[in-house]
Design a protein around this ligand. Structure first.
Ligand SMILES: NC(=O)c1ccc[n+]([C@@H]2O[C@H](COP(=O)([O-])OP(=O)(O)OC[C@H]3O[C@@H](n4cnc5c(N)ncnc54)[C@H](O)[C@@H]3O)[C@@H](O)[C@H]2O)c1
Length: 433
């Protein structure tokens, strides 16, 4: 049976590499739709957790995981996980969802992709399709993956004939419930026409709408455009906030009124800064690529400058607020509400709250934090624990200042405001109060 038939009959065996925010929900979606899925992750703790049916991602219910996962005693035959790459030998489709962070110098660290593709190349069988889903700079699939796969196991393989290669950016938005893998259109591209057709066929089995673009470079650029668009517009919202603050205008009222325009305007909101694994990082992948071509990406530079300045702005606001009560940050007791980078997720990657906490501690404040979803964080290499819900209720009044940095939907703002008015609200969480 050829690969297309295997895909259409759901007999293709799939390996998903990297079982994090992107890979795990994707593996579950594929497995639920009838494919046999093998999950691979080098993090043994994640494998352990999955095997025991415990999800570590808000968007994946432990119950769903438990119902799919095959264990020694429980041969459900739809989802198996392992820290090693043995499933590659029998896989027809391999999807790479590993991290693509930046180095300290804000250059792409593609070592996770390189490690994954080298491990794949050692075991790649003929007629297998490899798809990269990790966000990366334009050119990665062609320049990094293709040469390794072509020469896998010292063979001289041809893409589009001996194996298939493509790119499809992930559009998952953790915490968002109305957009799923199934109803969010998927952009795809293959290295050759045959690869493009096959990757299109594959995603059509689980996604309502598949959009094929002409090259993998184009598909890689689509993802970076989407995230640069967000980063730039959030930066604009942050700057408009700073402007309104100087003019004594309520920025939230301005944005709410502007969004009544039915065309030509889309609301973005200011806040404590930007966080997560995408928006603060992805534009710099493009910035780096363009630097190699002697081009300065001005919007990206300016946006990240504005967004990264926001934590310092809120520190200054805190200073001004405490001054009103003849206090200073030094020795003040400050509570941070919410350390996740956005509401209703447990993800603290690049969270501006962490930066605010670090700055406050450096200035001598006594800082506590509360987050219903994040029990521990690391600040200056030290472990810090969230205060308990009971302590939050009991001790709210004892803080000189409370800074709302994440507007989790489980917070009862009325109750919080009944107990204290020493609040700095970076998210307009108290809009109805
Ligand atoms: N998180 C999001 O909302 C989001 C959305 C769209 C795209 N993306 C992109 O998707 C990619 C993955 O992001 P994520 O948030 O899922 O990351 P993650 O850190 O949550 O998960 C990645 C997983 O890959 C594993 N891993 C690393 N190297 C490996 C290897 N060589 N072999 C097997 N497993 C390996 C890690 O242990 C980790 O569990 C990134 O490129 C990211 O930019 C993320």
């Amino acid at each position: 049976m050829d690969l297309k038939q295997k895909i259409l009959n759901k007999q293709a065996k799939i390996s998903v590499i990297g079982l994090g925010y992107v890979g795990l929900p994707l593996a579950i979606a594929l497995s639920t739709s009838g494919f046999k899925v093998y999950g691979i992750d080098t993090d043994k703790n994640k494998i352990k957790s999955i095997v025991s049916g415990k999800s570590f991602i808000e968007d994946v219910k432990s119950e769903d995981l438990f119902n799919l996962i095959s264990t020694k005693n429980n041969k459900k035959n739809s989802f198996e996980v392992s820290p090693n790459y043995s499933s590659i030998e029998i896989s027809d489709v391999i999807i790479i969802c590993v991290p693509t962070p930046l180095t300290k110098n804000k250059e792409p660290d593609i070592s996770y992709i390189q490690n994954a593709v080298h491990s794949i190349s050692e075991k790649l069988k003929l007629n297998t399709m490899v798809i990269l889903e990790s966000t990366t700079y334009p050119g990665t699939t062609e320049e990094i993956l293709l040469p390794v796969l072509q020469s896998s196991n010292n063979r001289n393989l041809k893409a589009g004939k001996d194996f298939y290669l493509g790119y499809s950016p992930e559009r998952i938005d953790p915490g968002r419930i109305n957009q799923t893998i199934h109803n969010t259109p998927k952009v795809v591209a293959g290295i050759t026409k045959e690869c493009s057709k096959l990757i299109h066929t594959f995603y059509e089995t689980i996604v309502d709408k598949v959009v094929t673009v002409s090259t993998t470079k184009t598909a890689e650029m689509v993802k970076i455009l989407e995230n640069t668009f967000r980063s730039t517009n959030v930066a604009l919202a942050n700057e408009i906030y700073l402007i309104c603050d100087k003019l004594g205008i309520n920025v939230w009222e301005v944005i709410d009124a502007a969004k009544s325009k039915p065309f030509g305007f889309m609301p973005f909101y200011p806040g404590p800064g930007i966080g997560g694994h995408c928006i603060p990082i992805d534009p710099h992948l493009l910035e780096w690529k363009l630097k190699t071509l002697n081009y300065n990406t001005r919007f990206i530079g300016l946006s990240s400058e504005i967004n990264e300045s926001m934590p310092q702005h809120w520190i200054e606001k805190t200073q001004d607020f405490l001054k009103l009560n003849n206090k200073s940050i030094k020795n003040s007791k400050i509570l941070i509400l919410g350390v996740a980078y956005k509401p209703d997720v447990a993800d603290t990657r690049e969270s501006p709250s962490l930066c605010i906490i670090e700055k406050l501690i450096t200035k001598g404040a006594k800082v506590d934090y509360h987050d219903p979803l994040v029990k521990n964080i690391t600040i200056y290499n030290n472990n810090m624990k969230s205060i308990s819900n009971i302590s939050l209720e009991k001790n709210l009044r004892t803080y000189d200042c409370i800074i709302i940095t994440t507007n989790h939907s489980t917070y009862d703002w009325n109750k919080i405001q009944e107990k204290t008015s020493s609040i700095i609200d970076t998210r307009n969480a108290l809009k109805n109060n």
